[in-house]
Design a protein around this ligand. Structure first.
Ligand SMILES: *Cc1c(COP(=O)(O)O)cnc(C)c1O
Length: 412
């Protein structure tokens, strides 16, 4: 045993390789990051420990929709840090009610259940839907079912991975939670066929990010809404990645003019500063929860609420939705030019794209590494798809720079 004081790792290390080695020695290997060690970030740009700059083309999977360290968000966080950061829900504080009212008003919903991570928001929505099924719909005890879509990603808890069909995410974590019925994403007929008198909810992502930015066929959500209405079933939209301006609307479901009964929000809700998530929706549904029946020590804490309120303020102007729409059109038209030139397909909406590398081109990870070498940070999902999701503060010229680099690397 080496005494902690003697370990040579207390001061700043000198190279990226040393930091990577440190992570690999001491941090559980549940991720396979690119060997870029970020030390500083601002807006759409990050700088590594060696002083190299990179354009962020991933935005923390949409957790950084407003870019790194947006001044209004940092100011709100600093102000709150100097007042009060945590109370637990044993007491009230002066940010919770304002955060919940402002988030409900922004999303056109009645009630807000604040949590921390996205997975917790999805878990909370599942619990609420089941309780609603037993207490309101009259489903017999422990019989409630939730219809989900194949190739989904809703988080990493044991219940959530129980209805994942990604074997890497699911294997060895059984016994699995029952009560979920799988359907093909985009196929409303299968959802209709899966409904029984015991169905509590249909849970779907408006666009499947992790699966490779899959956009379902037009009319899918209109159909799901109709099926849910006809069968007294809740429609739950997981907007954790697709929501909060990423697709050019506040919520991705807004593109189809469809309202869900419950929405799960997360990622960008914390402004890239703190983990903040929430379930928002109908009063008669979220209203089934009574004191003691659900909770979280950190959920709705003062710091989270203050940062969340600053995020809501940015979204309320519509500026970011508009940026995503306009710049997204540019991104998609530029990426579209690559089809047949190393790219087989481009999917997505707004500033969000799944770029399918054509057969014969580099594997996704090789392409991501080659992009990093050209100063663009992007990450593959599955083997051959690049997930492009730049911060919404990015400029047209910066988008061109990233797309030019993608054009180079996909040619192989
Ligand atoms: C990221 C994500 C989650 C899980 O969020 P965490 O904060 O990582 O727990 C759930 N659903 C969707 C659609 C996501 O993209």
């Amino acid at each position: 045993m080496t005494a902690i004081a003697d370990r040579p790792t207390t001061g700043p290390l000198s190279s990226s390789a040393e930091y990577v080695a440190l992570d690999e020695t001491w941090s559980t290997h549940n991720y396979h990051p690119l060997p870029v060690v970020i030390a500083h970030a601002e807006g759409a740009w990050v700088t590594d420990v060696e002083g190299r700059s990179y354009l962020d083309f991933l935005s923390g999977y949409s957790a950084l929709n407003f870019g790194h360290r947006h001044p209004a968000l940092v100011a709100a966080a600093v102000e709150q840090l100097n007042r009060v950061t945590l109370t637990s829900r044993a007491f009230h504080h002066d940010q919770l009610g304002l955060f919940c009212r402002e988030l409900a008003e922004l999303t056109g919903t009645d009630l807000v259940l604040p949590m921390n991570s996205g997975a917790e928001a999805v878990e909370s929505a599942i619990k609420v839907a089941r309780k609603w099924a037993y207490r309101v719909k009259g489903v017999p005890a422990n019989q409630a079912q939730i219809v989900v879509a194949g190739s989904n990603f809703h988080g990493r808890t044991t219940t959530i991975v129980s209805f994942s069909d990604d074997e890497v995410a699911r294997a060895d974590y059984g016994p699995y939670t029952p009560g979920f019925v799988a359907t093909t994403y985009g196929d409303a007929t299968e959802v209709a066929a899966a409904i029984t008198p015991n169905t509590a909810a249909v849970l779907v992502e408006p666009i499947q990010g992790e699966a490779g930015v899959l956009v379902p066929p037009p009319g899918y959500f209109t159909e799901l809404r109709r099926i849910c209405d006809e069968n007294n079933v809740l429609l739950i939209a997981d907007e954790i990645q697709s929501g909060l301006a990423r697709t050019g609307e506040l919520l991705a479901l807004d593109h189809e003019g469809v309202r869900a009964d419950l929405y799960t929000l997360g990622k960008a809700l914390g402004g890239g500063i703190v983990p903040v998530s929430a379930v928002v929706g109908r009063r008669d549904v979220l209203g089934v929860l009574r004191p003691g029946e659900h909770g979280s020590t950190f959920g709705g804490n003062p710091l989270a609420c203050a940062v969340g309120r600053a995020v809501i303020k940015l979204l309320a102007t519509g500026e970011f939705q508009q940026r995503s729409r306009e710049l997204g059109e540019h991104l998609h038209s530029r990426l579209g030019e690559l089809v047949g030139k190393g790219v087989s397909q481009v999917r997505g909406r707004g500033l969000w794209a799944g770029v399918e590398i054509a057969p014969g081109g580099p594997a996704g990870r090789e392409a991501s590494k080659a992009l990093a070498a050209r100063g663009i940070l992007c990450k593959e999902t599955h083997d051959n798809t690049l997930r492009v999701a730049p911060p919404l503060v990015i400029t047209r010229e910066e988008i061109d720079r990233g797309v030019d680099a993608i054009a180079e690397v996909v040619r192989g």
